[in-house]
Design a protein around this ligand. Sequence first.
Ligand code: A2P
Length: 317
Amino acid sequence: MKTYPLSNGDQMPALGLGTWKSEPGEVYKAIRTAISVGYKHFDCAYIYQNETEIGAALSDAIMTGEVNREELWITSKLWNTHHRKNDVKECLDMTLKALQLDYLDLYLIHWPVAHQKDVIFPHEGNGLISLDKIPLEETWAGMEEIKEAGLAKHIGVSNFSAKKIAQVNQSASQKIEVNQVELHPLLQQKDLLDFCKKEEVILTAYSPLGSRDRIPQMKAEDEPDMFEIPAIQAIAENHNCSPAQVLIAWAVNRDTVVIPKSTNEARLKQNLEAANIKLSVEEMNQINQLDRHFRYVTGTFFALPGSDYTLANLWDE
Ligand code: A2P
């Protein structure tokens, strides 16, 4: 498995298992299966509401000697209700308890969006708190504290633009190490990738397969299906692999981390194997031409009337 170095020499595996939308009741088995077929990297979040079951699977796999804690790379994310500096540890502690771990490899600020502490999913503008009131720098200071305390070996962000990364890093004593964003051939974010390479920020691709299993309220009508794109299908045929594998291989070939989600054994295996598929320069160029800046995860759920959040200031575009 390809890995990417962090500034202290630790190595982040290029492919991890996404767990957003992995349902309680099936995620235990998915994690145990993933470990048995060779996954080492798991991408979690407090808000996915499945960390207790993931923790049970990790703990059982460690207890049976199938894998060591040190071989694993576990990421989780701070939810928007805990953006105040003194709340960061509370959210992390809930995650650590659920995952049955005493440290994370990576902890991310999930969104550049703050909620009232008792509002998990806001439906009205007053459930959100402006970034003027809880600046990202304040949240980052809480993240730095948990890194200094050894509760997370590395810290980073998710859904951040280059502008927000630069803003936070300006006053940071610990720099942002990872940014996790939606990335796939229809949303390539080349400028952000170049910026992150320059700033030594590892970029992680979420929704690499288009997250077709999102709840209907999160889906637009007539969303493009990347598995159906002729260029992707032709490359898949060339490599005798599936379109999903081409999408995963493309992400790894352009030096990003990628976290496809699956709870199905055959697809778990297939996705892991895809990290080793080498695409030719010509194939990469063909895929590079598919970009149309299309988001599956639009962020409209945060752009609520009566709040300061808009799609323009969420994505800075
Ligand atoms: P399943 O969990 O049943 O395998 P994303 O990673 O972009 O969020 O996409 C996840 C969706 O893609 C899920 O619906 C998942 O279904 C499906 N999926 C994961 N791997 C593959 C694959 N190799 N081929 C087809 N569909 C896949």
